[in-house]
Design a protein around this ligand. Structure first.
Ligand SMILES: CCc1c(F)c(F)c(S(N)(=O)=O)c(F)c1F
Ligand SMILES: [Zn+2]
Length: 259
């Protein structure tokens, strides 16, 4: 069978991206002792459009669902955010076999996987490329994923059913009519803190919004995710793309929308 391929260890990133050792890095351990309830935090607001998207096994590291953010954008606002943020892509981080795969952890505990929905600040910037380097450029919603009963909305199923069709690096497939709103858990409770991309170039441009309630998927769905692999120098390797360990909070405060 395939072995779990380890991407170049995160400890090597600092040579090319010195910001890796800066004070606004992600992911972090969401420790209850460091979180503070903030009554001023608004509920997240999504204009619930079903949008077209293209599923891609990108650079053999993960799969990415890209959304057309130029015409009929899917817009997020509210929560801790000032202004409108357009959904640009969503992707996932997972483990391998028994290894848990979430990037954020909660009081030291990891989940099986973590979904990231990446949005850029369209009130201040004109593209994702321009926003990705700005301190208020991005908002990423993180949703923990655990194995349990199959995802009730079937929205995640639309994604996992297609994964066997993009098992080779660079393969793409159209997926229209996905409603990102339905990928969010029923509870609106979230943590928020100022952080960074969790993979190079590690820009400190992300307002993180991590949902407290995990989504449940079936073992089969997790297997479909974990069986994503790519051909590297003639060898089939499975992906393990999640291994940035929690980074120092360095004095940052984590706000909670719930008591
Ligand atoms: C520049 C493309 C990109 C990533 F590669 C990425 F890993 C993340 S992450 N894991 O922090 O959500 C982003 F938000 C993102 F915009
Ligand atoms: Zn991510």
């Amino acid at each position: 069978m395939f072995e779990c391929s380890k991407s170049l260890g995160p400890h090597t990133w600092v040579h090319q991206f010195p910001i890796a050792q800066s004070s606004r890095q992600s992911p972090v351990d969401l420790r209850s002792s460091e979180t503070h309830f903030d009554a001023k935090l608004q509920p997240l607001n999504y204009d619930d459009k079903a949008t077209s998207s293209r599923m891609l096994n990108n650079n053999g590291l993960s799969f990415k669902l890209s959304f057309d953010d130029s015409s009929d954008p899917c817009v997020l606002n509210g929560g801790p955010l000032d202004g409108d943020f357009r959904l640009n892509q969503l992707h996932m981080h997972w483990g391998c076999d028994k290894l848990p795969g979430s990037e954020h952890i909660v009081d030291g505990n990891a989940y099986a996987a973590e979904l990231h929905m990446v949005h850029w600040n369209s009130s201040k910037y004109s593209s994702m490329q321009q926003a990705v380097t700005q301190p208020d450029g991005l908002a990423v919603i993180g949703v923990f994923i655990q194995v349990g009963k199959e995802h009730e909305h079937k929205e995640l199923k639309k994604i996992t059913d297609l994964l066997p069709k993009i098992t080779n690096e660079g393969s793409k497939i159209e997926l229209s009519g996905l409603n990102p709103l339905l990928l969010l858990p029923s509870s609106t409770a979230y943590w928020t803190y100022l952080g960074s991309l969790t993979t190079p170039p590690l820009h400190e441009s992300v307002t993180w919004i991590v949902m407290k309630e995990p989504l449940s998927i079936s073992k089969q769905q997790l297997k479909a995710i974990q069986s994503l692999y790519f051909l590297r120098s003639g060898k089939y390797e499975r992906l393990l793309n999640n291994n940035r360990p929690p980074q120092p909070l360095a004095g940052r405060k984590i706000r909670a929308s719930f008591k």
